[in-house]
Design a protein around this ligand. Structure first.
Ligand code: ZN
Length: 234
């Protein structure tokens, strides 16, 4: 497939068990047409920055499998009976989890056009949330696995499903932060981990609301270790 996108549904399927993987090694890279993808330079363990924005109205994206028809986040905030500001804070918290784990930083974009990652709602009969990733095809070579730079990621959450902020034990209502953390993981180049017990596991759960060992290891494999903040002047 020479297309520009891969779609990853955060779906209802059961996670495949593979018990020979240590939890701290349990991550997989997103693989698009034989390529690994990341933000920034197309080299593993190099840092990157990405800007994100929320879609504020109807937005169409051609050739995109799941998030091609997006709309504003306030639709879902209204349905979940929470403020848009609260959803926005959950999205920021999701980005902060990854930012704390590896050398990748996120900041809000000035506008849609300058955003690398766009976040909005969709209406879809299946699934809760989706991520579409497009990357730079320069140097594509069939059969060779290479690392490529991501050009744009779209994250859309299904406005037709019930949502909440925080865990409440009802696994039929998904927590925004957990799902955004998972989708952001895809948007930075991670696939589903092989086993349960990670944010990047396929199945929604309410055991933890922070990245796990495999999630962090995956982010570090892509972007390198978090660099300490510059020393302040004496
Ligand atoms: Zn997923």
């Amino acid at each position: 497939m020479r297309g520009t996108v891969a779609a990853i549904a955060f779906a209802l399927c059961a996670a495949m068990a593979s018990h020979n993987v240590r939890a701290e090694d349990d991550y997989r890279f997103l693989r698009l047409d034989d390529n690994y993808v990341k933000w920034g330079p197309p080299l593993m363990r190099t840092g990157a920055k990405a800007r994100y924005a929320l879609v504020t109205g109807p937005a169409q994206f051609l050739g995109v499998r799941n998030c091609g028809d997006m709309n504003a986040m306030d639709r879902i905030a209204h349905a979940a009976q929470v403020d848009l500001a609260a959803v926005r804070a959950e999205i920021a918290a999701g980005f902060a989890l990854w930012e704390a784990a590896a050398d990748i930083t996120f900041e809000p974009a000035e506008d849609h056009d300058s955003a690398d990652i766009l976040i909005g709602t969709t209406v879809n009969p299946e699934g809760w949330a989706f991520t579409d990733v497009s990357y730079d095809h320069a140097g594509d070579h069939a059969g060779l696995t290479r690392t490529k730079s991501i050009k744009r990621a779209l994250i859309c959450v299904n406005a037709g499903k019930p949502w909440k902020i925080g865990f409440g034990g009802d696994l039929g209502i998904y927590d925004f932060r957990y799902v955004f953390a998972h989708e952001i993981g895809h948007a930075i180049g991670l696939g589903h981990s092989g086993d349960g017990g990670q944010v990047m596991s396929l199945q929604y759960g309410e055991q933890f609301r922070t990245l796990q060992g495999g999630d962090r290891a995956g982010a570090i494999a892509l972007y390198g270790r978090k660099r300490p903040p510059p020393a302040s002047a004496p």
